[in-house]
Write a protein that binds this ligand. Sequence first.
Ligand code: GDP
Ligand code: ZN
Length: 327
Amino acid sequence: MEATVVKHTGSHYLLSSLPEWNLFPAVLRGKIRLKGSNATNPVAVGDRVRYEITPQAVPSDKSGGNDAPGQEVPTEQNPAVITEILPRRNYVIRRSTNLSRQSHIIAANVDRAYIVVTIDFPEVKLPFLDRLLVTCEVYNVPVTIVLNKCDLYGEEYRDRVEVFHSIYEGAGYPVMDVSAVTGMGIDAIRDACKGMVSLFSGVSGVGKSSLIRALDPSLDPKVGEISDAHLQGRHTTTFYEMYRLASGGFIIDTPGIRGFGLVDLAREEIALYFPEMLKASEGCRFTPCTHTHEPGCAVKAAVEDGTISYERYSSYLGMLEDETKYR
Ligand code: GDP
Ligand code: ZN
């Protein structure tokens, strides 16, 4: 039988037969390791897994006769046993530090990531946003940028909001203007999430929790509760968790300051994950081209004529420099 991992706490898992929401406990059989992975968690939220149920001996004096074999429901005492992790379509990792080889898989099989940002309160840091976008490109996760707190951006913010839209829409990313407070744009996100597994990320303070509550008032990421409290067992350290939206679809919250982290890229690979630069680089005279000093560089030409934004290009240069520094 197959199901999806919706929660992982310590050595215990909760599975659900998505799109059904029938949470049941599971454990891993032995040491399942993914080839070539140095992740600290072999199974992540969003993973599709195969599992088995061990039939429990039914005491004969209690023979109701209705419990057909193979119809057992896993319980805390007799959890399902995960026997296999099915191939992932994609996944998002978090690395503890820049130099660390260890990584934690935050989520697998993500349909779309929503990166929540604010023009102000707190002010969005474009180089950091661009790193997140690069991470999503590397892991093949489509992104929507959610510009929250739009209720606060009056006339005096008009230019900054417009520039932000033009930078990111110009790079090929959809940008949704929303407000968790007034409800502006919330229906549009809710519709987009239907039938999907969506990842929500954003630095603390941007209103990610407020947004998730606006999408579905029964969810409270800050509390992190799950209605089936008895299924949680004694391992209370929650890592990541999938929630069901009442309106349809499933979301994964990525708590923490940095959301999810950076990937290990060689210098010459970085530009491949800036979609607008990748496209422009077809016109570069040299391959590979670092788009810094080479003559006949089409990317630099595009930056000069404004087709590629200077902000994105400068994030790229920053990433190039970091890769040089850390190697
Ligand atoms: P998180 O750290 O990203 O989960 O942010 P929270 O959801 O806790 O929100 C941080 C602060 O921003 C809180 O004081 C919220 O009330 C406020 N906030 C969240 N969304 C909005 C919004 O759309 N407009 C305004 N004005 N404030 C918001
Ligand atoms: Zn070039």
